[in-house]
Design a protein around this ligand. Structure first.
Ligand SMILES: Nc1nc2c(c(=O)[nH]1)N[C@H]1C(S)=C(S)[C@@H](COP(=O)(O)O)O[C@H]1N2
Ligand SMILES: [Mo]
Length: 321
């Protein structure tokens, strides 16, 4: 097996920390200083973005001060190396903008992510709306290193930052009749060229069984690599469901509904024979057009065996017993 071995600590220290240091000591601070000056000198902004090799500038939000978050030692990946931030952030699926993975970061750079409101409804004691800046302060943030496996047979290993959906779900006080959760992404064709040009059933919609959503792994995700999510990764709020194919992890969420019936989902509606509602990672269930036995690690380029439940059997196998 061609898998690079690294101890938990060498992985964590060699791969995660430099990005954190970069962000915290230089970029975060200069970012704040820059934001203060852009108000007065808007022209500075384009110069900075041109020299910025990573991402379009994020709006300065009070929640920036919550990063980096404490790493949770419970969620680690021992048999893979962390995917570099500039590779993960330049190989994205976000069809609201384009199907060209390398162009997502550029085309998403105009998405307005502040202010951002999340609406919670359906079978809850009291439906409500909450601003992202208020939501993110309700639950302590933590960092978790997870694998992400796309149905297209590539994968990466990254440190997400967020809070468990389980805590958020409790806060929403769902009724006992609630059995599923539905997530809806933004619909803003003026800012998302893919929503104008591609004839898909926008906005993107996904769903989980309530017990899947409440599983400890399901993460309401606000950050990556020790800083707020850049737009191409689904700013300001996305879901991460690491034992399922990547399309079950919707980006840039604006609405969350608790339902009694299984919600319809975007890819299942587009290709029911290819994208099931459950979509648990499984090497033994081929996609009709390709095998799922192996995957390409986008960081190392190596082809590696795909793991049942993406390696998370100990956490989730009981959900499907
Ligand atoms: N709203 C929305 N969410 C989405 C997608 C999308 O096109 N739109 N693509 C999905 C797919 S197929 C994958 S593999 C992951 C990719 O996440 P990443 O770009 O942060 O790696 O996002 C998922 N979430
Ligand atoms: Mo994907």
């Amino acid at each position: 097996m061609n898998v690079l071995r690294a101890s938990r600590y060498s992985l964590a220290e060699s791969a995660v920390t430099p990005e954190e240091i970069f962000w915290n000591r230089r970029r975060f601070i200069t970012g704040l200083a820059l934001a203060a000056t852009t108000a007065a000198f808007p022209a500075c902004r384009s110069r900075e973005s041109a020299s910025d090799a990573t991402d379009a500038p994020l709006p300065v939000r009070a929640s920036d001060s919550l990063y980096p978050a404490m790493r949770s030692s419970r969620y680690h990946v021992d048999d893979r190396t962390l995917t570099p931030a500039n590779i993960a952030g330049r190989y994205n699926n976000f069809y609201e903008f384009t199907t060209d993975k390398a162009a997502v970061a550029r085309l998403a750079s105009g998405l307005t992510i502040d202010p951002w409101t999340i609406e919670v409804g359906g079978l809850v004691q009291k439906p409500f709306q909450i601003g992202f800046e208020d939501l993110i302060r309700k639950f302590p943030l933590e960092e978790r290193i997870y694998r992400l496996r796309c149905v297209e047979a590539w994968s990466m290993v990254v440190p997400w930052v967020g809070f468990p959906f389980a805590k958020f779900g409790e806060f929403c006080a769902p009724l006992s009749s609630a059995k599923y959760v539905r997530f809806i992404s933004f619909y803003r064709p003026q800012e998302a060229v893919g929503q104008r040009d591609h004839d898909y059933p926008w906005p993107y919609y996904e769903g989980l069984r309530l017990d899947e959503a409440m599983n400890e792994l399901t993460l309401m995700t606000t950050g990556i690599f020790g800083k707020p999510l850049p737009r191409q990764h689904g700013a300001p709020l996305r879901l991460i469901v690491p034992w399922k194919y990547g399309y079950k992890s919707p980006k840039s969420i604006v609405k969350i509904d608790f339902t009694a019936e299984q919600p319809r989902t975007f890819w299942n509606d587009l290709g029911p024979a290819e994208y099931s509602f459950l979509s648990n990672v499984d090497p033994d269930v081929p996609h009709p057009r390709w095998s799922q036995m192996t995957e390409r690690d986008i960081g190392t380029g190596m082809r590696i065996p795909t793991l049942k439940f993406n390696g998370y059997s100990e956490f989730v196998a009981s959900l499907y017993a």
